[in-house]
Design a protein around this ligand. Structure first.
Ligand SMILES: [Zn+2]
Length: 316
């Protein structure tokens, strides 16, 4: 099993740079807070060294101070080529490292939650659930589902609001203070330990220095939550299955293929970390449960690591 230690990434990147550019003169550190200026004085404007391509901005937080890029200032490679070289180098370096999947299930407890609970144990994988307190209070069965979730060490419970906005999202987010109180109520009622939220009806990410908003309605509530110590996570890939028939809206191959290609192409919010959104009620039929088991087995076969959202993103 390939084990990664902090610093390995830097070594890999360094080795890669040495391999690629060993016969060239380089002096610019692209990443990191202590960026120093290029001390070469012989470059033309047209061939100015790439300091930090926009393309790579989003990778910076993952690998801050760990990846040292050097650029050719002698043989006059144009900026476009330099950017491509940097991008390709990073991709190769990331591909040498473990990849992480976050299976997330929204709206539970619902019929179907027991399948998720059982599969997490049977397959020995970490699973993240974003819970709705109103659903937990609907029946004894749902209360039992909640108890099973909370007693399962392979399941980590997070906040998806108490009311789920009664599915009237724009109205819900038009009053950020009331919306905030709804999340607080959910946290207290369910005894949630982590200040981690997924906003109902919105794919919004706010954590550390990342802020990604899909719809402006929701952003004020999200900012209020963040100001009060909450992190918010959306998703990279979504899988929908008809809850009554168990027939997937996106085929298994489509979802599995997207997860793999997003990881390989580094198009997830954080490279090498992919967040999949599903919903508890998708797995109430035998067909749905089988699809979930197949997905887990297929991800395992790729040697992807299963993680909790509280550990997102996995850094090197
Ligand atoms: Zn939801």
């Amino acid at each position: 099993m390939f084990k990664i230690k902090r610093g390995t990434f830097a070594l890999l990147a360094t080795a890669l740079v040495v391999t690629c550019y060993s016969c060239q003169n380089f002096s610019t550190k692209v990443f990191g807070n202590n960026q120093r200026d290029n001390d070469s004085t012989t470059i033309d404007e047209e061939y100015v060294a790439v300091k930090k391509p926009l393309l790579l901005d989003k990778w910076d937080s993952l690998a801050r101070n760990q990846i040292h890029f050097t650029v050719d200032t002698v043989t006059k490679i144009d900026v476009k080529t330099q950017k491509k070289q940097l991008k390709d180098s990073l991709k190769r370096a990331f591909n040498e490292l473990p990849k992480h999947v976050f299976l997330t299930f929204d709206d539970g407890p619902l019929v179907g939650s027991n399948v998720i609970d059982s599969l997490a144990k049977a397959k020995n994988i970490k699973v993240s659930v974003f819970l709705v307190g109103r659903h937990a209070n609907m029946s004894k069965g749902r209360k039992n589902d909640l108890a099973h979730y909370k007693n399962n060490p392979l399941i980590s419970c997070y906040n998806h609001s108490y009311s789920h906005a009664y599915n009237k999202f724009t109205h819900f987010y038009s009053d950020p203070k009331t919306a905030f109180a709804d999340f607080e109520k959910n946290e207290n009622d369910l005894g949630l330990e982590h200040k981690i939220v997924r906003l109902p009806g919105r794919n919004i990410w706010i954590y550390d220095d990342v802020r990604k908003i899909d719809l402006q309605s929701g952003s004020s509530t999200a900012d209020l939550l963040f100001a009060n110590g909450y992190k918010m996570f959306g998703w990279d890939v979504e899988w929908r299955i008809n809850s009554l028939t168990g027939v997937p809206v996106q085929s298994f191959n489509e979802v599995f293929g997207r997860m793999k290609s997003f990881l390989n192409n580094k198009t997830t919010v954080t490279p090498n970390n992919v967040v999949l959104l599903m919903h508890d009620d998708m797995f109430q039929t035998k067909k749905g449960a089988q699809l979930l088991a197949t997905l887990i087995d297929s991800l395992k076969a790729q040697d992807y690591k299963f993680e909790f959202m509280q550990d997102y993103p996995i850094k090197y």
